[in-house]
Design a protein. Structure first.
Length: 401
């Protein structure tokens, strides 16, 4: 990021930049359970997080540029800014990338109550053949639903039975979900988080979790080949923008609330890589073995915020500002016990080791980084983020890039 003295950090352009950077970071936190391993040929964890932020920030910037070129308002972006509250709202996030066939999802026009996918009829064969699926494929349903004014991210996963021929004519409701709303193979790692899954004329409707209006939705196809490699489909959430109108805030509100954020821990079972229970994705029958599916649970996971001088700040953009002197920096995550953390003033001289360090994070205390100087924080010898010390009350802050 290019540094400089920003005369007015509250211009529309500067505010929009902070909105986009912080919303991408917040959205990754919300979708982390799958987006930390949903990009084909990208390592799970830190690399996938960076991929998510890169492609989504590019998308939002291009979306903003398009609206500006059409002379339209940018107010839709300011719905994302109250990150310190419970009013996070979704955008059309890119949540997976790969070369498998993409499944298009829509949201109905009747208040956004259900998401749906088109299919010519209700048989298993149509479900599979319409989208180029194979036996053993995993189909992960993703929704953001609004309940009582709050947004919830929900997932459900179906593993296509590798013992059923691709041309099975059994009705979907029998083959995939039985009359009791349950998947027939209970010993598999299916997550049947559906509050409704039903065939209606020429498409399947679905709502997940505890119900509510569906405001964003998508499907991810996952497949493991015989060599053990994982493949994904592209998935960009479809957004029901009409349902977000009451959550828009003004530019002035966005300016006042543009620096705060918070973390949500969504670490739990991995939704995409469960091939040990789903088969090879080929035409050979397999026996579910309960394996790990190639996931490495012990891989470090880094949060997108740090506590600097006792204040929690976003480090998603790789650069953050703090009032001088910078005396303490604390970073957190999971499985960080074996990670080597260091810091250097202005990126030069002797490395500063953490004063405390365990599997949940590391802390640098007793620092005295004066105004006009930087503290560069490293993990594993790689620059993680830079803290720039600013003169108190100067308003002289960079905004990230």
């Amino acid at each position: 990021m290019a540094k400089g003295n920003v005369k007015n950090p509250k211009t529309t352009a500067q505010t929009l930049q902070r909105v986009l950077v912080k919303d991408v970071a917040m959205s990754y936190t919300m979708f982390k359970e799958i987006c930390n391993h949903s990009f084909e040929n990208v390592s799970r964890g830190f690399d996938s997080m960076n991929k998510f932020k890169k492609v989504n920030l590019r998308y939002l910037r291009e979306r903003a540029a398009t609206l500006q070129s059409l002379g339209q308002s940018l107010n839709q972006f300011y719905q994302f800014i109250p990150l310190q509250s419970d009013k996070w709202t979704p955008y059309a996030a890119i949540i997976s990338m790969g070369h498998l066939p993409e499944i298009s999802v829509s949201i109905d026009a009747e208040g956004g109550h259900k998401a749906y996918v088109d299919t010519p009829s209700r048989t298993y064969a149509d479900f599979v053949n319409s989208w180029g699926l194979q036996r053993g494929d995993q189909v992960t349903f993703v929704t953001v639903q609004k309940r009582q004014g709050k947004y919830e991210v929900n997932y459900a996963r179906l593993i296509l039975n590798p013992r059923n021929a691709d041309g099975s004519g059994a009705p979907m409701t029998t083959e995939i979900v039985n009359s009791q709303g349950e998947f027939p193979c209970s010993n598999w790692k299916n997550q049947l988080n559906f509050s409704s899954f039903e065939f209606d004329t020429d498409h399947f409707n679905f709502v997940l979790g505890r119900g509510g209006d569906v405001v964003a939705a998508g499907l991810i196809v996952s497949r493991k080949d015989k060599s053990g490699d994982w493949f994904r489909s592209n998935c960009q959430l479809v957004l029901n923008e009409a349902s977000l109108g009451s959550d828009l805030c003004s530019l002035s509100e966005a300016v006042e609330k543009s620096y705060a954020t918070y973390d949500i821990d969504l670490e739990s079972e991995f939704y995409l890589n469960n091939a040990g229970t789903s088969g090879t994705g080929s035409t050979d029958d397999v026996t579910p073995d309960g394996g790990s599916g190639g996931v490495t649970p012990g891989q470090p996971s880094y949060n997108t915020s740090a506590t600097i001088n006792g204040v929690n700040q976003s480090i998603a953009g790789g650069n953050v500002n703090a009032t001088a002197p910078v005396t303490s920096v604390a970073v957190s995550g999971t499985n960080l016990g074996d990670v080597v953390f260091t810091a250097k003033v202005d990126g030069t001289g002797d490395a500063i080791n953490p004063t405390s360090h365990d599997a949940n994070g590391a802390s640098f205390t007793g620092l005295n980084v004066e105004a006009g100087h930087n503290l560069v924080v490293y993990h594993g010898g790689t620059v993680w983020f830079t803290v720039t010390a600013k003169t108190p009350g100067s308003g002289d802050f960079d905004i990230g890039s």
